[in-house]
Design a protein around this ligand. Structure first.
Ligand SMILES: [Zn+2]
Length: 315
């Protein structure tokens, strides 16, 4: 058995996970960002103990604790170097948890844990090399090479959302650069463009479906309008898919994975998105007559964080 801890800006989820990546039991607590670090870590320790107690297992059955965190974790030192949305800077996660548990403790970025989860128990099961992309506020990425998460020599790699896709007049990004992929292919991008298009086209279904209240526009609003054949929505959906495809082609050209799995809110558009995306990739792929990455939907949803963190203990 393994414990997986998924630390998010709003909630912390903990799961007891078996060898195959199946969640046996799980629980959660609010993160309460802004509280002292030690207090949050004590909540995590209490939650781990509660999750084990509520299952049919005992602490002795657990081989390791894995932690998935946003930001930049340092697994070697057992710290999180920084995680902006948690207001953490150089916090000693492993040392703090070792006060409660005598177990190996691993720490990884949450994009990587999502990728590892899909590789062990989800859409990328059975292949050695895969990449999982999460289309949400930004674009999270988890690269798995030879069955292991890959984040580079200094742990600052795998930031596929920050590939520069627009060199001239790129949209400013939270990373300080401009023109990053996630400014064009995340849910945030679809919402931003949807608002703009609705404002310019009050006749569009995007505008009508929110009764002109542009703040109500979500990625789903835009996608649903496109599904209905609304011209304004289709135009920006096509552009969105184009940007998404260009990034994916760059990923294929760079890594040539066996599978690219796509998750996050936007992926809920299902085949409507996947079919358009596959078509666009096929049109622009470099090597046309040889096999390339299968593009598919991620399947584990929110559980990926717990499962991937737990599977760190298996590496
Ligand atoms: Zn960026």
């Amino acid at each position: 058995m393994y414990i997986g801890v998924d630390i998010g800006g709003t909630n912390i989820a903990v799961g007891l996970v078996d060898e195959e990546g199946k969640i046996i039991h799980k629980g959660g607590v609010p993160t309460g960002v802004g509280r002292p670090f030690e207090e949050i870590m004590k909540d995590i320790a209490d939650l781990i103990k509660r999750v084990i107690e509520e299952s049919d297992y005992k602490e002795e059955d657990v081989k390791a604790i894995g932690i998935g965190s946003p930001g930049l974790p340092d697994d070697e030192k057992g710290t999180i170097v920084f995680a902006n949305n948690l207001h953490w800077h150089n916090v000693p996660v492993r040392a703090e948890l070792e006060k409660y548990f005598d177990l190996p403790i691993r720490i990884e970025n949450d994009g990587n844990t999502a990728g590892l989860a899909e590789a062990v128990a989800g859409a990328c099961k059975g292949v050695e090399n895969s990449i999982t992309l999460t289309l949400g506020t930004g674009i999270g990425a988890g690269i798995v090479i030879n069955g292991k998460p890959y984040s580079g020599t200094h742990s600052i790699g795998a930031e596929l959302g920050h590939m520069i896709v627009q060199v001239d007049n790129g949209i400013p990004c939270t990373c300080g650069n401009s023109g990053c992929w996630e400014r064009y292919a995340s849910a945030t991008a679809l919402i931003r463009e949807g608002k703009k298009a609705a404002q310019d086209n009050p006749d569009s279904l995007i505008y009508k479906s929110v009764d002109g209240d542009l703040d109500k526009i979500t990625a789903k609003t835009v996608i649903d309008a496109a599904k209905e054949g609304d011209a304004t929505a289709l135009e920006l959906f096509d552009k969105y898919v184009y940007y998404l495809a260009m990034g994916i082609i760059t990923i294929i050209n760079s890594f040539d994975p066996a599978i690219i799995a796509i998750g996050g809110g936007v992926a809920k558009a299902g085949d409507f998105l996947m079919d358009a995306l596959k078509k666009k990739v096929a049109e622009h792929i470099f090597y046309k007559d040889v096999p390339y990455a299968q593009i598919t939907r991620a399947v584990l949803g929110n559980d990926a964080g717990i499962i991937g963190a737990a599977m760190l203990g298996r590496l």
